[in-house]
Design a protein around this ligand. Structure first.
Ligand code: TRP
Ligand code: SF4
Length: 332
């Protein structure tokens, strides 16, 4: 799926985003953010804080939205996303996205939206209060994020693949109706598997099982001590099964060179879970240290300037795309 980039060859246009839903965690760091930083070395990169998407499920309580946006950007910067190399912007600062959303809504059959799996799944999970017109249009707005920036490559998690597939269909329909205008985006998956949280489910704020970028060392150690392990390994001496243990999965991410030692000790019983966790806490904190230090050194007031500059650059691209779309549709 991914196209390789041969350095001097064609620069891809990478576009991705995140909903501002709270502090970012280890899962974001190793799943998305490290990949974003990697892309920004050789490709053009556009990274968006999807505040309008956050409204689709969180429209009732918006009091903290502005603070959460700033917090998210601080986490991005701490992870090494560099505003000199990447365009960092807020979705609602780029009104062209919303205008494109309206224009494209004319050609999208409602059935294309109701059959996107996240539509029914999320309503089942979160209740019918989110069954709004705006939420139904979530994947279309996502396509507009990408298409307005002419993104050709979109790093996303596996759960987002149906949105990308939907978006590609919309682009094909538009280009078929009005002539070749929009770019068909390709998804690219992170090579990292899902990071487990402290309870061994996928690390996610909604499960309360995260190790956060903004946590301090003591909080991390405490969370690690509370992690679930192999339930059959009750005390040191009992043999364990690392492959079902989230502690082992995190060792693999932050303590790769010691993984054979963990594995052998766990299986033979020589290593107890308490010691296994102490070592993980130390290595996890070492892994997070540079990110946390950078986060502590950043000034929230600098974020406003970064976002203003990002919005300007993003709008310069977006207005070009929107003009081409209007021309193609023969709008007067
Ligand atoms: N829907 C994405 C998610 O929940 C976030 C997102 C919004 C996004 N706009 C985007 C991702 C554009 C990629 C491209 O993860
Ligand atoms: Fe998990 Fe480590 Fe205990 Fe094995 S020793 S079960 S890997 S915490």
């Amino acid at each position: 799926m991914t196209t390789t980039n041969s350095g001097a060859g064609v620069r891809r246009r990478i576009m991705s985003g995140m909903r501002p839903t709270g502090r970012l965690h280890l899962g974001h760091l190793v799943g998305a953010l490290s990949q974003w930083v990697e892309f920004s070395r050789n490709d053009e990169t556009f990274f968006e804080v999807a505040d309008l998407h956050a409204l689709t499920t969180g429209y009732e309580d918006t009091a903290n939205l502005r603070d959460v946006v700033v917090d998210n950007v601080l986490d991005w910067l701490a992870a090494g996303v560099d505003p000199e190399r990447s365009v960092i912007y807020v979705q609602s600062h780029v009104p062209e996205i919303s205008e494109l959303n309206l224009l494209l809504s004319m050609i999208v059959p409602v059935a294309w939206l109701t059959r996107v799996p996240t539509y029914k799944d999320q309503i089942e999970a979160l209740g019918s209060e989110i069954a709004t017109y705006g939420f139904l249009g979530y994947p279309l707005m996502q396509l507009c994020d990408i298409a307005v920036m002419r993104g050709d490559t979109v790093p996303v998690g596996r759960d987002q693949l149906p949105h990308l597939e939907f978006g590609r269909e919309v682009v094909r329909r538009f280009n078929h109706l009005y002539g070749q205008t929009l770019v068909e985006p390709q998804a690219t998956l992170s090579e990292f598997p899902d990071v487990p949280g402290t309870d061994n489910r996928k690390m996610s704020k909604s499960y309360g099982n995260t190790i956060d970028i903004a946590d301090d060392d003591a909080t991390t150690a405490k969370k690690v001590r509370s992690m679930v392990t192999d339930p059959l390994k009750v005390r040191r001496g009992d043999p364990g099964r690392p492959e079902i243990c989230p502690v082992w999965a995190l060792h693999r991410i932050v303590n790769a060179e010691r993984v054979p030692w963990v594995e052998e000790g766990c299986r033979s019983g020589a290593l107890g879970c308490v010691d296994c966790k102490s070592e993980l806490a130390v290595k996890l904190n070492a892994f997070m240290a540079p990110v946390r230090e950078r986060r502590a050194s950043l000034d929230a007031r600098a974020v406003a300037a970064i976002l203003e500059c990002g919005a300007q650059k993003a709008r310069a691209v977006a207005s070009g795309t929107l003009a081409a779309v209007k021309r193609a549709m023969h709008l007067p």
